[in-house]
Design a protein around this ligand. Structure first.
Ligand SMILES: Cc1cc2nc3c(=O)[nH]c(=O)nc-3n(C[C@H](O)[C@H](O)[C@H](O)COP(=O)(O)OP(=O)(O)OC[C@H]3O[C@@H](n4cnc5c(N)ncnc54)[C@H](O)[C@@H]3O)c2cc1C
Length: 450
């Protein structure tokens, strides 16, 4: 008998929600049984924002019980683990031994399976690329029940279609990838408070050689003379010789995380243009141009300190809109997008701008350019405004990120990923001819039939 729970399920943005049959298989045989009964949607920790890991058809197979480390080579940093292992598991186990993921997204509550399926990027994408750059091989359960190992050398078509393939080629069972050697858990942290976009684009270039990590927080509510103000944060992994004696001692102590919680959804009326604008002003005013050291946990995962922070967006949820625009007209396009958002007045606290580099992978989101991500509380007019942003993105030859998406229509998606989705579709048909692996996202953007 198939074991599942029927519940209202969503991604991290809590929009959209759908009645889904959620299961937590403990092994391959259970997933094979699900496949015999109908469609399957793989799911990790549900940190994709929209509907990539939900479906009102078939069964959602969550990987969280398939979470064992399989092997680790101390001499090379090569780790093999099951797909349900999370970044938190990796950090808790390996940073103390001097190893760190090469690429990390802005939360550690992401599984290895989810990281591959979205080909996640971090603040170092322009220097080091996405997760897939450090992925050596993986084993995938196909809809036929067969388990296939794939890498750059064997079954390479499946390898490249699964990277960024949003769980639609098969269920990733385990993966082999490289970790980075670090000397201690601290980061050098340089903060620059900047008045406008021009200053930001100049500083991105000026510091390109010196720092592997860079990201800018943007005030997307400020208008008039404050329009485009931002805070640029740059960093590197600190060497032991960089640290003072206090931090050298602390770096060897057990790290204890502190968390605060948002226990319930805050009514939308509390979170309005005025309160968001006040928050952004206070955040900008408090920031100082400075250089110091930060523990990796604060540096990479500031949002993880606030448990359930997505509750601040009320029951209606949020849309996270992440675009990437080619480098040559990046500043012009970002300026146009920001002006549209300021005019709409529906922006929020979280807007970040990063540089991106080239990337292999058929449906991988990154390419050489600038990526801007913004949160919008779901309210009247917001979808219409996002569609207008889509038009700007298309005009500049850009695209939006599927793992954050909840609004793209099929035609717009196919224009954004033209030449790529067709190639990906051929491989999908080869390995999953009956579209057994699907999701609400896949049907919405035409990667699977309704
Ligand atoms: C606060 C926050 C910050 C973020 N920052 C970044 C960032 O900086 N960079 C970035 O790239 N992303 C970022 N993300 C997005 C996140 O990294 C991705 O959505 C990631 O895929 C989530 O992993 P998950 O385990 O939660 O997967 P889920 O959300 O559960 O699933 C995501 C996709 O992976 C597929 N999938 C999951 N497990 C498997 C499996 N075993 N086999 C096959 N497919 C599978 C699902 O079908 C789905 O399509 C952020 C998200 C949050 C909430």
């Amino acid at each position: 008998m198939l074991k599942f729970e029927e519940i209202q399920l969503s991604g991290f943005g809590k929009y959209p929600k759908t009645r889904s049959k959620l299961s937590r298989p403990s092994g391959v045989n259970e997933i094979k049984d699900f496949l015999k009964s109908g469609e399957v949607t793989p799911r990790g920790l549900g940190r994709s924002y929209g509907d990539a890991a939900i479906s009102d058809k078939g069964i959602i197979a969550e990987s969280l019980l398939m979470n064992k480390f399989l092997s680790f080579d101390e001499s090379t940093g090569i780790l093999s683990c099951e797909a349900g292992v999370s970044y938190k598991d990796i950090l808790d186990t390996f940073t103390i031994r001097g190893w760190f993921p090469y690429v990390t997204p802005g939360t550690k509550y992401v599984t290895v399976g989810g990281a591959i399926a979205s080909d996640v990027h971090g603040k170092n994408h322009h220097k080091e690329g996405s997760f897939s750059n450090f992925l050596i091989s993986m084993r995938i359960l196909l809809s036929s029940g067969e388990i296939i190992e794939c890498s750059r050398e064997s079954n390479a078509d499946l390898f490249w279609a699964t990277i960024g393939g949003m769980g639609l080629t098969g269920f990733i069972l385990d993966a082999v990838f490289r970790l980075r050697k670090i000397e201690n858990p601290y980061m050098t942290n340089k903060v620059l408070k900047l008045k406008n976009l021009t200053a930001l684009f100049e500083k991105f270039e000026e510091y390109d050689e010196d720092y592997i990590y860079s990201v800018a927080w943007m005030d997307i509510v400020a208008s008039g003379s404050k329009y485009g103000r931002n805070i640029l944060m740059l960093g590197n992994h600190a060497g032991n010789e960089d640290l003072n004696s206090r931090l050298q001692v602390k770096s060897k102590e057990k790290y204890v995380e502190k968390k605060i919680s948002v226990p319930f959804e805050i009514p939308f009326s509390t979170l309005n243009k005025v309160s968001i604008s006040l928050f952004n002003s206070a955040f900008y005013m408090k920031a100082r141009t400075k250089e110091d050291f930060q523990h990796y946990d604060k540096y990479f995962y500031p949002l993880d300190f606030i448990l359930n922070w997505n509750h601040i967006y009320s029951k209606s949820g949020l849309i996270q809109y992440q675009l990437n625009i080619p480098e040559d007209r990046g500043q012009e396009a970002v300026d146009k997008v920001l002006k549209k958002v300021v005019e709409f007045g529906g922006g929020s606290f979280l807007a970040v701008l990063k540089k991106m580099g080239d990337q292999d992978g058929i449906l991988s989101f990154p390419f050489k350019g600038y990526t801007l991500s913004m949160d919008f509380p779901v309210k009247k007019g917001v979808i219409k405004m996002c569609k207008q942003l889509d038009d700007i993105v298309l005009e500049y030859g850009g695209r939006t990120y599927l793992t954050k998406d909840s609004i793209l229509d099929e035609l717009t998606f196919k224009k954004m990923y033209t030449g790529l989705w067709e190639k990906w579709m051929e491989i999908k048909h080869k390995y999953d001819p009956e579209n057994k692996f699907s999701s609400s996202l896949a049907r919405r953007i035409g990667l699977c039939p309704f």
